[in-house]
Design a protein around this ligand. Structure first.
Ligand code: HEC
Length: 261
């Protein structure tokens, strides 16, 4: 076996030796070797139209949810929490249907993350009550005694800055998020409207973002619009902008059942 390998190796070595002494030959050799790696990375993109699902029911983040997302980024929550459920059985058992590419189509920047000091949050929306989130963010140890998560109590005392929201939505439109002129113009008004149920402003949010939009006071303080309102509104919408993942999962289960029968 060793002999046989040696026989194969020596001519390759001799050829390589000759190649190394010709700069053009070596340059072409390097380009060829590097292009294999490049092709392997680019090839999946040729089939992107077939691999990325479409989600006609997908809606954009409301200004309040987007403000919450910006706070999530500012506070570095992504350093401990991922937002992507992989296609592994134990992850699906723990967190729910695996994440689909289309679910992140309006996420700039994406927050898939690469570190899980805490659990994945891709399908967090609706898992806990607003009160639970507020108590947890004010003092994680109050609800999960052994938690190592830092506390963010100041969010409940910090008024939400809304004046820059139209410009933030406009910037997102520039990179492909389909916000309308009306949504951009009314961004600051809608942020407040989302925590005022039974008001004209609340109704306007429903009109612009759809009837499933969650309109309520999120932080328990009805007097002020705080950063806590925004962050909890965002946490409660995670995984709920479209139900394409649930639909895809049940279709896959049905196909399995049919195959078994
Ligand atoms: C130092 C790492 C760390 C950072 C930073 C961090 N977390 Fe956590 N988080 C954890 C850990 C650990 C847990 C699990 C224990 C617990 O529930 O407190 C957790 C749990 C959670 C949960 C409960 C998830 C579930 O499914 O039970 C939520 C929601 C959450 N974090 C939100 C946030 C938000 C929002 C931020 C940023 C403002 C944040 N975390 C920042 C470590 C972190």
């Amino acid at each position: 076996m060793i002999r046989w390998l040696q026989k194969l190796y020596y001519p390759i070595q001799a050829g390589h030796y000759r190649l190394e002494r010709h700069s053009m030959g070596l340059a072409l050799g390097i380009i060829f070797a590097a292009s294999i790696g490049g092709f392997v990375e680019i090839a999946p993109l040729f089939t992107i139209d077939e691999t990325v699902e479409s989600a006609p029911d997908m809606r954009v983040y409301t200004p309040l949810e987007q403000a919450g997302r910006d706070i999530y980024v500012r506070e570095g929550c992504y350093l401990c929490h991922s937002q992507m459920i992989r296609t592994l059985a134990d992850e699906v058992d723990r967190y729910g249907p695996y994440s689909l590419a289309v679910e992140s189509q309006y996420d700039h920047p994406m927050l898939w993350g690469s570190k899980r000091t805490g659990p994945d949050l891709a399908r967090l929306g609706g898992k806990y009550s607003d009160d639970w989130h507020v108590a947890h963010l004010i003092d994680p140890r109050a609800v999960v005694p052994k938690s190592v998560m830092p506390h963010y109590a100041f969010l409940a005392d910090t008024p939400l800055e809304t004046a820059s929201l139209p410009a933030r939505l406009a910037a997102l439109r520039a990179v492909g998020v389909p916000y309308s002129d009306e949504m951009i113009e009314n961004a600051a008004r809608d942020a407040l409207g989302q925590v005022r149920p039974d008001s004209d402003r609340g109704d306007e949010v429903l009109e612009r973002y759809g009837d499933d939009t969650q309109i309520r006071n999120f932080d328990g303080d009805t007097q002020r619009l705080t950063e806590m309102d925004a962050l909890v509104a965002y946490l409660q919408i995670l995984g709920k902008l479209t139900d394409v993942a649930q639909v895809t999962e049940s279709a896959a289960i049905e196909a399995d059942m049919e195959a078994v029968q």
